[in-house]
Design a protein around this ligand. Structure first.
Ligand SMILES: *Cc1c(COP(=O)(O)O)cnc(C)c1O
Length: 412
């Protein structure tokens, strides 16, 4: 059985770029289907980071010496790579944070400070906790209202309901995932931008998943803020990105105070550095930024469009194969989706499924996937989730489906 269409690019040759994929688990080949939680790293990323620490490392921005200047160049060069990846208007619109979580908290704090207490923030039922909790904290701090747009039975955003929630013009910011880490749903970002702007609201997109699986053009979308996290884009942990329109970054107060984010400091008052440095207090994750740059070079060389087509083929194949497993229910059937598939198996707990798959060398995630409200929406407590990356093969999906078929008899 092979649902792959002839236009699906075969990227299996890339597997050799990822040293960890040749590991064996309990004597079995390592079948890694948990990229949505964190992706594996190609050797070019690992090498860029070790090369930096071995040969070209000093603190950035402060030193006038050779080593600091070279490191600063490498660090600042990544800002250009990120700007190109997202089609940002300028490199100054790119702020390095610690993660997507760090980036959303920055916006909640700094843009949140510009919202009036009688305004609201609109999120959706399918948000990751990272795009829920910072807004609850803002609500508790500033008294703003938190509104939640519903998700329909297919796992798509209910745009009609969203429009109704925007109708009174009190929503200052819409903060929505660009792709669900549970359902795989890709949200209609440009349409949401239109709806938000028509109601006088700005739009933040949580691109933690989308930026990994498809080309992103923040200008074409018409977004105001976009965030993603390095470790899901084949880069290291400890590095995330906030893109925001320049005028917004100018207007927003800083998030954290400290070194590197100031113009001048006296005990009476301090002035802020230019954007984006105003938002990068303290020594940044230098090695991690350089690692992210290598990861971006790597995916850009393959092409985000090619990656998207590869994963679309895998997803189609996986939906067909998993759909044929007795008692298995895929949660979410959005018409536009990426390579993340959550499922339940009748009579079996997701943790038991994951444990039995693990005995066979297959890594999937089980639980609430940092999206407890979404679990409640679908009347379940947890799911098992298989997620794909550029190195995932149809053979691995077949191993998953065959193994699920086999272990079902132990589970029910
Ligand atoms: C992973 C993820 C996050 C959080 O990313 P961190 O790297 O943990 O900050 C936020 N939103 C979505 C949709 C995610 O998948």
């Amino acid at each position: 059985m092979n649902a792959l269409s002839s236009t699906t690019p075969d990227l299996s040759h890339l597997r050799a770029d990822f040293p960890i994929l040749s590991e064996t688990i309990r004597g079995k080949p390592f079948v890694f289907l948990d990229s949505a939680a964190s992706a594996q790293k190609p050797a070019v990323v690992i090498d860029a980071m070790t090369h930096t620490m071995r040969h070209q490392y000093a603190n950035v921005h402060r030193g006038l010496h050779w080593m600091s200047e070279r490191t600063s160049d490498a660090y600042e060069g990544v800002r250009d790579k990120v700007a190109a990846l997202l089609n940002a208007a300028s490199r100054e619109e790119i702020v390095f944070t610690g993660s997507s979580t760090g980036a959303i908290n920055l916006v909640a704090y700094s843009y949140g400070a510009l919202l009036r207490p009688d305004q609201a923030v609109l999120i959706s039922e399918m948000e990751h906790h990272a795009n829920i909790v910072p807004w609850q904290m803002l609500r508790d701090r500033r008294g703003i209202e938190l509104r939640v747009a519903p998700v329909d039975e297919r796992g798509e955003l209910d745009l009609g309901a969203m429009e109704a929630l925007l109708a009174d013009g009190r929503v200052g910011l819409v903060s929505i995932t660009h792709m669900s880490n549970v359902l795989g749903t890709v949200t209609p970002a440009a349409r949401i931008a239109e709806l938000a702007h028509a109601a006088g609201a700005l739009l933040l997109l949580d691109g933690s998943q989308a930026a990994v699986h498809r080309p992103v053009d923040v200008k074409a979308i018409g977004a105001d803020f976009y965030v993603f996290t390095g470790h899901k884009l084949y880069g290291p942990t400890g590095i995330g990105v906030l893109w925001a329109r320049h005028a917004l970054l100018e207007a927003m107060p800083p998030f954290m105070g400290g070194g590197d984010m100031i113009g001048s400091v006296s005990f009476e008052r301090s002035t802020w550095a230019e954007v984006p440095h105003k938002f990068e207090a303290g020594t940044p994750p230098i090695v991690e930024v350089i690692g992210l740059g290598a990861a971006i070079d790597y995916v850009q060389a393959i092409g985000m469009g090619t990656i998207q087509a590869h994963e679309a083929g895998l997803t189609e194949h996986a939906l067909a194969r998993l759909g044929a497993v007795e008692g298995l229910r895929v949660i979410g059937e959005a018409r536009t989706r990426g390579g993340v598939i959550s499922f339940t198996v009748d009579g079996a707990h997701a943790h038991d499924i994951a444990t039995l798959l693990d005995r066979n060398g297959i890594a999937v995630r089980a639980g609430t996937h940092c999206a407890e409200p979404l679990m409640r929406r679908f009347g379940i407590t947890s799911t098992a989730r298989a997620s794909f990356g550029i190195y995932t093969t149809t053979q691995e999906i077949d191993v998953l489906a065959d193994t699920l078929d086999r272990i079902r008899s132990f589970l029910v």
